[in-house]
Design a protein around this ligand. Structure first.
Ligand SMILES: [Fe+2]
Ligand SMILES: [Fe+2]
Length: 145
């Protein structure tokens, strides 16, 4: 089995079972992919870190964008608060890449080890609340025609 991962491999290999599962399959898949991107970054050699950071950032744009689309499509009442947290994380991750390119190979490792702490809290609070809202909305009876 090859040990080098491409972005497509990471996405394809990501299983739906994850420590960050919230019980909404589309979000659980994104969380499994996020976990895989973090593992790729954690394992990256210094020469691989910039690509691994790009992979994580690209994933986060998709991940957060998909959750925000679900919120907007369902008129989620806490959209602004949730999006603010996504945006703050994107700003942090974006700042790591230029530092890594300038030769700081410790900061991507710190990101890979510290990100899961934030992710665990975010998934179990904001994302879990979103999943509960989506379940509630999908269980609601259809409006009569
Ligand atoms: Fe999420
Ligand atoms: Fe989220």
């Amino acid at each position: 089995m090859a040990t080098d991962s491409t972005p497509q491999d990471v996405r394809a290999d990501a299983a739906a079972d994850t420590a960050y599962a919230v019980g909404w399959p589309a979000i659980d898949q994104l969380h499994a992919e996020c976990d895989a991107c973090l593992a790729t970054l954690e394992r990256a050699t210094p020469a691989e870190q910039v690509d691994a950071l790009a992979l994580l950032f690209s994933h986060l744009l998709d991940h957060f964008g998909a959750e925000e689309a679900l919120m907007q499509a369902s008129d989620y009442p806490r959209f602004d608060c949730h999006k603010r947290e996504h945006d703050a994380v994107l700003r942090v991750v974006a700042r790591v890449r230029p530092l890594c390119e300038a030769g700081d190979h410790n900061i991507p490792v710190r990101l890979a080890t510290e990100f899961p702490q934030w992710f665990g809290v975010h998934a179990s609070t904001m994302d879990a609340a979103l999943a509960a809202w989506l379940r509630e909305q999908s269980a609601a009876p259809d409006t009569p025609a």
